[in-house]
Design a protein around this ligand. Sequence first.
Ligand code: PEP
Ligand code: MG
Length: 840
Amino acid sequence: MIGVVLVSHSKALACALRDLTLQTAGAEAPVVVAAGAGDDHEDLGTDALHIMEVLRPFCEGDGAVVLMDLGSAVLSAQAALELLDAEGVPDVAAKIRLCPAPLVEAAVAAAVQAGTGADLEAVAREATLALAAKADQLGGDDDAAALSPGPETTPDAGAVTFDIAIANPHGLHARPAAALVRCAGTFDADIRLTNQSSGRGPASARSLTGIGLLQVRAGDHLHVSIQGEDAEAAAEALKALADDNFGEGETDAEAPVVPPAISVTGAEGPRGVGASDGVEFGRPLLLASAVPEPDEEPPASPEEERRKLDKALRVVAEDLGASTGGEASAILAAQALILRDPAVLEPVHARLSAGGVSARAAWRQETLAIAKAYAAMDDPYLRGRAADLRDIAARVSAALAGQGPVTSIVPDPPAVLLAEDLLPGEAMACVPGAVLGVVTRFGGPTGHAAIILRGLGVPMVVGAETVDLDRLSQAKLVALDGGTGEVWADPSPEERAEIEGRRQTFVAAQAKLAVDKDRPAATRDGARVEVLANVGSVVDAVAARDNGAEGVGLLRTEFVFLPFRERPTEDQQAEALRAVMAALGPGPVVVRTPDIGADKPLPFLPQRAERNPFLGVRGLRLSLRDPAFFASNLRAILRAGHDRDLWIMVPMVSTPEEMAQARAAVEAAHQDLEAAGIPAGGPVRIGAMIEVPAAVLTAGRLADLADFFSIGTNDLTQYLMAAERGNTDLAALQDPLHPAVLRMVRETCRAAAAAGRHVSVCGDAASDPIAATALIGAGVRSLSVRPAGIPAIKAGVRVLDAGTCGAVVDRAIAECGAAAEVRERMRAVLSGAAGDGLSA
Ligand code: PEP
Ligand code: MG
């Protein structure tokens, strides 16, 4: 197959274009990127050597069409061909075609054509014609007219013919047209299309550009004329494709072109994934509108305002660059492009040059006007950009006002927040009661925003990708079920009654569980199971105390430090930690040193961009690279917890060497404080988080260096299953009940028992009654759970028989291949034992 190579000054731009192209041409389309400059190609520029390496395999294969953006991209591509020649690679000129075509249109047209198996000539021609449809649509371009399909004198002689009424609401736009081209490409017959409603055509069904020039709209009649040996078969296939509305499925030709107001409804509509239990109603509110607007200041000189704008854009670009991984990172990278987009910046600059307006006012007026224009568009993809623009506009606006990340979100009146994705800092800022619930298009249930909201008891639905946020925000009332992932827009009276029933059932179940929340939990056969809390804020600490926590099994210091814009001093850290500890009840407190990186960036600790942040410098790896900050963390923890039963643990331990270094750092911090006469408590226990498979497999050796283990099932599952925890697409692989994960948990418990070490689970699995049943079966006797979930976990423990759990888990590990099977078995164990819906 012929490849399509995108040469651009910007890797982000080329990658985004590749995504767009694949959406139209299909995921298998041979589109590759040769973009950017610098070691990791993240700098703006082009690099002939890099382009050469990308092109090399195509010289050995069928060949490639190369599409370039501006000026020096062309020079670099030419240089790459010369380099290949100089290296003696054969057939370079015959295999590689540099194409003078518009990058975006040509990429889509060429990729679709390549997907049909067309040769280099045909693909290059499609690319070259790609602008014709747009030029024609905008009127009177001579070149376009020359390229448009010409009249045909005897179109149907000896041909198989039929007509199709187009029912697709947007006509034959790029995706259905691409489906048509792909289908036509599988036959030898010559397939010609004429738009009878407009008189345009005929055009070849193998040409995306040709179909574009037909300008086929909803309700138009398309005349199809097929000649050739396999004409009958082609006709059957095209009719079937047309019946399926060219891959767009059910659609209504009579429907208005604007899509339905809301794309989610409860049980019947597409839904997200339940990420934080609870059922709530409320007015919808976009996250961008929920963040308080700072007061306006009088404008300075145009130059000064321009300087402020440039600085704010830089700050936000750095924040976005430092952020996260996976899906969210792709969104943020796309948002970062907006910060450099001349279509956004030029009108703002023009306003500033005219004077009398602040950078913030000019920025807001222009960006919100563009967002409004996007929101009014028919194309759902473009409408989605409105939310991006609002989001980025709010970030820049906050930076212009000198504000750090948002610290408090208190909608008045209370509301259900709607967001593309929620950063941990934003989740932390949500005030329960004012934020009734949260619906996001991206993110997963074990992402940190979800963890924080669960801790706060705020219902959340994540991964509702099909939701059109702008339109959902126009509903009068939104309801969500954070258990099932359902979302309703303007529910009918009957639906409201049903949702209210669910809400009351949930509240009543919580109240019932609360009766026994302060009693310690043991299984029916006498295995004592300690139930601790995961906390990351004062609010969590209060909730832990109120829900009957026996102590804290995980204090996430990175959450405590999230509000700091500048690197906090040791004193500031100690004070923030003391505030959390002061709100806790009695019992041990396991404080984890900062787990920064991947999806938990902290604004004051910028990190180098990494290709795979979850596999990069995060957690202990980052601490060991910044010994001064690490030492300040440790001293602050020791000072804040000197009068408590303090345990310290380190995240993301991969090797015994790292553990030894961490241990030495804790001991050094303790000695420093003692030498300075500062109370640092008794010798603390120093533990390792077990969340990297290598740590499980070397647990025996780690036990020589660690006083205790805490299993982080969120990361352990992610790393074991190679399934990023924030990626909604991989939900099935992220279930910690996969037999491989349970085997790791069992191994860790055995290694801990052999070495006489305490072991706990602080990953989210501990908060899920069904998963907790399996953990107990795997040998776990200490669970650290989200505060609001403590009563349910204790209640679950009390009905179980640890011996039965152990036998079922052993069998499941031996017999099951998938998490779903294990989950079913554990559900049966729990509901058989409880019979009261605990496992629902
Ligand atoms: C875990 O990975 O299970 C864990 C508790 O750590 P975190 O979720 O904070 O990464
Ligand atoms: Mg972890």
